[in-house]
Ligand binder design. Structure first.
Ligand code: ZN
Length: 167
């Protein structure tokens, strides 16, 4: 697919993609809020300015956009047609910086969780993930139990095919 924008327009468009207060981030915040946990937003003193900071639990959460932070999902692996090399380099640099910041945080004694944009499509799973990480898991927040019994497979007796007589 050809890019319908000029390089200058594309650059402007790419720059307009906001990094803060995205929809997944708001969802993560509201889930954590629902878990009854208190947090700080964007602590500037910490490496990478984690999106959510839980001081008492010594834990931080990053909410990453799949595209900019090169998640392994479909969106994270997509590449723009125009200026592909430039954007690839930029995103690779983002990814390397993310890893360095996570390392730094861990060295400072913080536990780090990355929540990906695409995971926000499943709020139930995201809630379980956040709850587990923050040690606030309660059975009632977990994924609802299966209502249908798991199907069991019985071994079928081998079909008795009538042997043909050799002639
Ligand atoms: Zn993703």
């Amino acid at each position: 697919m050809a890019d319908t924008l000029t390089p200058a327009q594309r650059s402007k468009c790419m720059a307009a993609i906001r990094c803060k207060d995205t929809k997944p981030e708001k969802l993560a915040r509201s889930i954590v809020h629902g878990l009854g946990l208190r947090f700080r937003l964007h602590a500037p003193a910490l490496p990478g300015k984690p999106d959510l900071v839980f001081h008492s639990r010594r834990a931080v959460v990053f909410v990453h956009g799949c595209y900019w932070h090169q998640h392994g999902c479909k969106r994270g692996r997509s590449t723009p047609v125009v200026n592909a090399a430039f954007w690839r380099k930029k995103r690779a640099a983002n990814k390397a910086r993310d890893a360095a910041q996570r390392r730094e945080l861990r060295l400072l004694g913080w536990r780090v969780l990355v929540v990906w944009e695409c995971q926000a499509r499943d709020p139930v799973a995201l809630r379980a993930r956040l709850g587990n990480f923050l040690g606030a898991m309660n059975p009632q927040w977990a994924r609802p139990a299966r209502t249908r019994p798991r199907r069991t497979w019985k071994r079928r007796p081998l079909a008795q095919s009538p042997r043909r007589k050799r002639t």
